[in-house]
Ligand binder design. Structure first.
Ligand SMILES: NC(=O)C1=CN([C@@H]2O[C@H](COP(=O)(O)OP(=O)(O)OC[C@H]3O[C@@H](n4cnc5c(N)ncnc54)[C@H](O)[C@@H]3O)[C@@H](O)[C@H]2O)C=CC1
Ligand SMILES: O=C(O)C(=O)COP(=O)(O)O
Length: 386
């Protein structure tokens, strides 16, 4: 029996995925956490915690180094909410270009018998511009960015994308009409609209600040539906005050940008649709079950991908440091315990490596697991039985 603890609102569709071997009993000593945006920095990870699955894309709420040290694999559910974010960004492009927010506020407050006369006289203050023919710079062309690029292209916009780390798989989803910028500067200099879709990390914190905003033409609209802190709010306020930026549209409210006519803040609702929440929860539940039952790793953000058909009766999975002689030490120890290896696979990602070993013969399970765990650079050993 496996214990799963959930944090945040996880869609029922995902909870229904778990079969009878799983208990959703909220115990702290869980085998896996299923989470959304809860901040796990400073959280005391239980030793038994084998997996954390973030239903959604951004995993900056999870301290990966602490999780790794604890032997905990961390996963996300790539693409599960990308369409929801894309639709919100399209809405924001239109709201910004047609002054919809202030126009609706004006209309709501406009009352009295002469309402029609006044409307016709005063409506010119809300005159807008059309998106067709304008240029959108998309910064980060992954699951969300590629969809935004496609939708903007369909609206007749010119799209320029910047993403120096684009995966080959993601590149398949970018429309061929999207121009590729070699540098951030190249993407920004001709943009009427700039939309940011990168993960938040040490490289992307304040990636759009005074210098980058100065590169944009006067009157640019900036959109940030990725994370607070990727765009420097103080630089935005200065540029809005100077009339250099026209508007800032964001999902991440912070005191310095609130209560301004030229800023529209939504309360982190990019992924908050029934479909996105269900997608993320189902994908998340499946990820937990696959990992706990087979040890196979897909969509992890701290472990390498490693998928091996479970051919033997028994499987050892070993999460360890990526340093010389680990595989040699493991194989020698198993040989000494009379374990006949049917299949052994190893993969590495940065400082972490992961091994899957299948065997058909019985051995002293507890003793072998204990000895493997005693190797200094080993984070966690699991024994799985078919
Ligand atoms: N507002 C909301 O509710 C939501 C926000 N997000 C945010 O959007 C981000 C992107 O989501 P996805 O597109 O699904 O992730 P993704 O991982 O598919 O795409 C991110 C892209 O950014 C690129 N990238 C990374 N560092 C970069 C850099 N320094 N410069 C340019 N490109 C860079 C990567 O190569 C990748 O192609 C998430 O990390 C999350 O923070 C995602 C979903 C919902
Ligand atoms: O997937 C993401 O990165 C998001 O920001 C969505 O957050 P949420 O799950 O809606 O709290």
């Amino acid at each position: 029996m496996y214990n799963v603890k959930t944090f945040n609102a996880i869609a029922q569709e995902g909870l229904d995925e778990f079969h009878a071997d799983y208990q959703l009993n909220q115990t702290d000593d869980a085998d896996a956490f299923l989470i959304r945006s809860v901040d796990l920095h400073g959280y005391d990870f239980p030793k038994n915690l084998k997996a954390i699955v973030r239903c959604g894309a951004g995993f900056n709420n999870i301290p990966l180094d602490v999780a790794t040290e604890n032997g905990t694999a961390v996963f996300n559910t790539p693409g599960s909410n990308a369409n929801a974010v894309k639709e919100l960004v399209v809405a924001m492009l239109i709201i910004a270009s047609r002054n919809l927010f202030s126009a609706a506020q004006y209309a709501a407050q406009n009352s009295g018998a002469d309402i029609s006369t006044r409307t016709e006289r005063e409506k010119t203050q809300f005159n807008g511009t059309e998106l067709t023919g304008k240029t959108l710079a998309v910064i980060g062309v992954g699951h969300v960015g590629a969809r935004v690029a496609t939708a903007a292209g369909a609206l007749g916009m010119h799209v320029i994308g910047y993403d120096p780390y684009l995966s080959a798989n993601d590149a398949w989803h970018i429309p061929t009409t999207t121009k590729r910028a070699a540098t951030l500067e190249e993407a920004l200099v001709n943009a009427d609209y700039v939309s940011v879709h990168v993960p938040k990390n040490s490289e992307t914190t304040n990636m759009i600040s005074t210098k980058e905003i100065a590169l944009m033409p006067k009157g640019t609209v900036l959109l940030n539906f990725a994370r607070g802190g990727i765009v420097d709010n103080h630089a935005v306020v200065e540029a809005l005050d100077a009339g250099h930026l026209k508007r800032y549209m964001t999902d991440f409210g912070e005191p310095e940008i609130l209560n301004r006519k030229d800023v529209l803040v939504t309360p982190h609702i990019g992924g908050s649709t029934l479909q996105a929440e269900a997608n993320g929860a189902v994908q998340g539940a499946d990820t937990i079950m696959t990992f706990l039952e087979t040890g196979n790793v897909m969509h992890s953000v701290n472990l390498p991908s490693l998928e091996v058909p479970f051919v033997g009766k028994y499987r050892l999975t070993i999460m360890h440091q990526n340093i010389p002689n680990m595989v040699g030490q493991i194989a020698t120890l198993l040989a000494g315990a009379d374990v006949n290896i049917e299949s052994m696979s190893n993969a590495a990602r940065d400082k972490v490596a992961y091994s899957i070993i299948d065997t058909n013969n019985e051995f002293d399970f507890d003793d072998v697991v204990e000895k493997l765990e005693a190797i200094d650079a080993v984070y966690r050993v699991r024994l799985l039985k078919k």
